[in-house]
Design a protein around this ligand. Structure first.
Ligand code: SAM
Ligand code: SF4
Length: 334
């Protein structure tokens, strides 16, 4: 049997994003409602099951694992899992083990992450203003995240900042964020807000702010050059000539990246989403638990990949948001 996963559109699946928990110590306004109901623990894959699941994907050709959530670093004993995945880096089966985090626990775990083989991490941060940070995350404290970023850099982790572009919220901060990242030698990527989850009509703090507008604003100060680098994902990169920084733009609502999509997403309950923007998923927990023989799981994974859709249906172009997803971002981990 082939050791690569090829979908019906001849895309090789080499990148798995894994949500290890739906819980979080923040309640970002665009991601969760304040009164989120979390899953009962028994629904979650155990750390051993997560290991089996990820190791099977690695055997089938996945070369990059991104751990996400919810907040991955609030899952109990998660370092055990990172260290376990480190063995695939050592064997050469995996090229990269990485994570996306809100940064709140980095001061505790940065050294251990580096010891497990993690070299680059993404930290989500939408503002450098303490009061605004408290407003957008509801429960977060900026100082703790900044301390975490310091710890990550001190541990030798390369940090990329992910900033969700929110109209009327951080429009006035894009230069401050860009300069701050340049001064700390951190990469920066802006993300367009996506219609995920029912947030209960709460104060959404800002709204959809198209990255085309954000880019135009950056161009009033910087000379911007398109970069050819592609990651198989929805990011496009531009170089700011004056600072030498590469800035990424993730516009999930445009279709221009689907044709090179190399990724699938596993939720903390073992559901595999073949596309962030589609409801189709395959339950991998049942085949995992049904048999100790990994071939059963392998077959289920291959069957799921054979159903990967061509692309997604998000569309902001009409007055209402079309293609809105009922699940929350914390479910699939973004
Ligand atoms: N808790 C971690 C964090 O915040 O980095 C990992 C999980 S979080 C769901 C992953 C990413 O999704 C974060 O960068 C967050 O800003 C982004 N995100 C959450 N809800 C979003 C939405 N509705 N639209 C666009 N990005 C969103
Ligand atoms: Fe938590 Fe990340 Fe969602 Fe914010 S974006 S609530 S930090 S999972």
């Amino acid at each position: 049997m082939s050791t690569t996963l090829i979908d019906p559109f001849q895309r090789a699946i080499s990148y798995l994003r894994v949500s290890v928990t739906d819980r979080c110590d923040f309640r970002c306004v665009y991601c969760m409602s304040e009164t989120m109901q979390f899953l009962p623990k028994k629904e979650l894959l155990t750390l051993e099951e997560l290991d089996r699941m990820c190791s099977t994907f690695v055997r089938l050709g996945v070369r990059k694992l991104r751990i996400t959530g919810g907040e991955p670093l609030v899952r109990r004993d998660i370092m055990t899992f990172f260290h376990a995945m480190g063995r695939h880096l050592e064997s050469g089966a995996l090229d990269e083990l990485t994570l996306t985090t809100n940064g709140s626990q980095l001061h505790r775990f940065a050294d251990q992450l580096h010891a497990a083989g993690v070299r680059r991490i993404n930290v989500s941060l939408d503002t450098l203003d303490e009061a605004k940070f408290a407003r957008v995350t509801r429960w977060g404290r900026l100082a703790q995240v900044l301390k975490g970023i310091d710890a990550a850099q001190a541990a030798g982790l390369r940090v990329k900042i992910n900033t969700v572009a929110l109209k009327g919220f951080n429009e006035d901060e894009i230069f401050a964020l860009t300069d701050w990242c340049a001064s700390r030698d951190m990469d920066l990527t802006f993300i367009e807000v996506m219609p995920m989850g029912d947030l209960g009509g709460e104060d959404r703090v800002g709204q959809y702010w198209p990255l085309s507008d954000l880019r135009a604003r950056l161009a009033t100060r910087y000379t911007m050059t398109d970069l050819p680098k592609r990651t198989g994902g929805p990011a496009r990169y531009m170089r700011l000539e004056e600072t030498g920084q590469d800035v990424g733009f993730i516009t999930p609502l445009t279709h221009n990246f689907c044709e090179s999509c190399n990724r699938v997403r596993l939720t903390c309950t073992g559901e595999l989403y073949m596309c962030l923007g589609q409801e189709d998923m395959a339950d991998l927990r049942a085949p995992l638990r049904a048999s100790a023989d990994d071939r059963v799981l392998e077959q289920a994974i291959r069957a799921a990949i054979s159903l990967k859709p061509k692309g997604h249906d998000f569309d902001y172009s009409r007055q209402e948001v079309a293609g809105q997803m009922s699940r929350h971002m914390s479910h699939t981990g973004g």
